[in-house]
Write a protein that binds this ligand. Structure first.
Ligand code: GLN
Length: 494
């Protein structure tokens, strides 16, 4: 039999239903990999018993002949930004160390209801702020990939969903949840050779997910292929009255709708994404992607998104502004950490708690956010950024008059070494250049692995779709996946 931990979600689901193995065997196999791969630091908390309990319930239901739940027998990883009842939820911050929610996030609750089990809570950048997973209070995650040039540098798995990316790529879980505010599903997926989709803003409930920037935050799945993403997204999406921005729409059957035949479809290539200094490998991959989509029957058109160059500065005003407001709740009174110096008053407690609880990147964002929202600078920065955000959305609306989906690289580089960009926040922010525009416009976007660079590291292509057209995004990604035949996986060294 194939190694159970090498199976994808659809294979586990179907094999379990066919009686090829028990859910317990699957959960035990993944639990063993999680325990053996501590060197990757992908998990903040391991929950083997949660996975086993869900597996035993699935096995018992199968023995009784019950109709199987959609994800019966499938264990997954949960980004530690989702509140999980009775299981510590930290957002990778000292501020929330020891915080054990009394409730379950809507998205994680839907997954458990569908029969999935939890292998553990996955590491991430602190409060999901970062592109390398180096801002975590619990230490950086390590990518299971190494460059093939003999250098032994540890590589970043991307961020903020770096734990999810590293764990899936190393076969510690077949799939995981991610969240994406400016690229945190897509960029880490690209760095480790897996796929992940950020759905349209409002598709997945934000209720119970630790908030970063509420007008941008979206949950989504990360998995090894497009089908698995479709399967998970069907469970995760759906209207939730507890989230006022949740879309009251039926969830499409994305898995059943998968088709890689793109006849009659138009794929737009935004010319502004051809940035200076892009590595030749990434340019070549983009050309390959164009050829793949043509081969699948699509027509290629060049389109223009003229305000693209403003997307990054706009994002790095709006996201910190919202973060500074969302993170005001961590005051030592309600959640997690409290630092109460001898004889201190209330203000001193706030200051001491926040000084000790937040990491440097979080403090940087709070300071930028409060600055751009301050009375003297609000109009110059925040109002202006909101106007530019509208222009960016309009760019996409116009482009989608000429095409059905857009094709771009996911990130301007392959995975970089740990420490390489840590001292230079701007260099780190630049890594989000291709992912933030779709976030600002609330559009569905997906990264799919499409090849390796000269150093043997995975590279991803991004498909951006019209609002609510996750199907179009998944189908174009599938057309690339089938043709790229990406099968590389990291050597086991951990
Ligand atoms: N890397 C981006 C940031 O640091 C995006 C993070 C995210 O999507 N959560 O803000």
């Amino acid at each position: 039999m194939t190694e159970l931990t090498n199976l994808k979600v659809a294979e586990i689901r179907d094999g379990f239903r066919a009686g090829d193995f028990s859910a317990r065997e699957v959960a035990e196999a993944f639990n063993a990999n999680v325990a053996a791969a501590k060197a990757l630091n992908a998990f903040i908390v391991e929950t083997p018993d949660h996975a086993l309990a869900a597996a035993d319930a699935a096995d018992a239901a199968r023995a009784k002949g019950d109709t199987p739940a959609p994800l019966a027998g499938v264990p997954i990883g949960m980004k530690d930004l989702f509140c999980t009842q009775g299981v510590q939820t930290t957002a990778a911050s000292h501020m929330l160390e020891g915080f054990t929610p009394t409730y379950e996030s809507t998205v994680s609750g839907k997954l458990w209801q569908a029969g999935a089990g939890m292998l553990g809570k996955l590491n991430l950048d602190q409060f999901a702020m970062g592109s390398s997973n180096e801002t975590s209070y619990f230490g950086n995650v390590i990518s299971p990939w190494k460059r093939n040039d003999g250098g032994n540098a540890s590589l970043a798995p991307g961020g903020s969903s770096g734990g999810s990316a590293s764990a899936i790529s190393a076969r510690l879980c077949p799939a995981a949840t991610g969240t994406d505010t400016g690229g945190s599903i897509r960029q880490p997926a690209a760095f480790v050779g897996i796929s992940g989709i950020k759905p349209t803003y409002g598709r997945c409930s934000r209720w119970g997910i630790v908030a970063f920037a509420s007008s941008l935050d979206q949950a989504g799945p990360m998995a090894r292929d497009v089908r698995d993403n479709a399967i998970l997204l069907e469970t995760m999406a759906g209207f939730d009255p507890k989230d006022s921005t949740s879309l009251d729409l039926a969830v499409p059957q994305w898995e059943a709708g998968l088709s890689s035949n793109l006849k009659g479809k138009k794929v737009g290539i935004p010319k502004e994404y051809r940035v200076d200094g892009m590595p030749a490998d990434i340019d070549a991959l983009w050309e390959k992607g164009i050829a793949f989509l043509k081969d699948a029957g699509a027509e290629i058109v060049e389109v223009s998104l003229p305000h693209t160059k403003y997307a990054l500065p706009t994002y790095y005003i709006i996201a910190p502004a919202e973060a500074s407001s969302n993170l005001a709740r961590y005051d030592g009174v309600r959640y997690g950490q409290r630092d109460l110096p001898e004889g201190a008053g209330l203000q001193d407690m706030y200051a001491a708690t926040r000084a000790a609880g937040f990491g440097p990147e979080v403090k940087r964002r709070i300071m930028i956010g409060t600055y751009v929202l301050s009375a003297g600078f609000y109009d110059a920065y925040y109002t202006q950024a909101q106007k530019v955000r509208t222009l960016i959305s309009r760019d996409f609306e116009r482009a989608f008059e000429q095409c059905d989906v857009l094709l771009t690289p996911t990130a301007p580089s392959a995975a970089f070494a740990l420490g390489e960009k840590q001292a230079d926040p701007l260099a780190m922010y630049l890594n989000d250049v291709f992912t933030v525009p779709a976030s600002l416009a609330g559009l569905p976007a997906m990264s799919v692995p499409a090849g390796l660079d000269a150093q043997g590291l995975p590279l991803g292509l991004q498909i951006i779709g019209k609002a609510l057209d996750e199907q179009g995004v998944l189908n174009a990604a599938l057309a690339i996946e089938e043709r790229a035949g990406f099968a590389a996986r990291p050597d086991k060294w951990w």
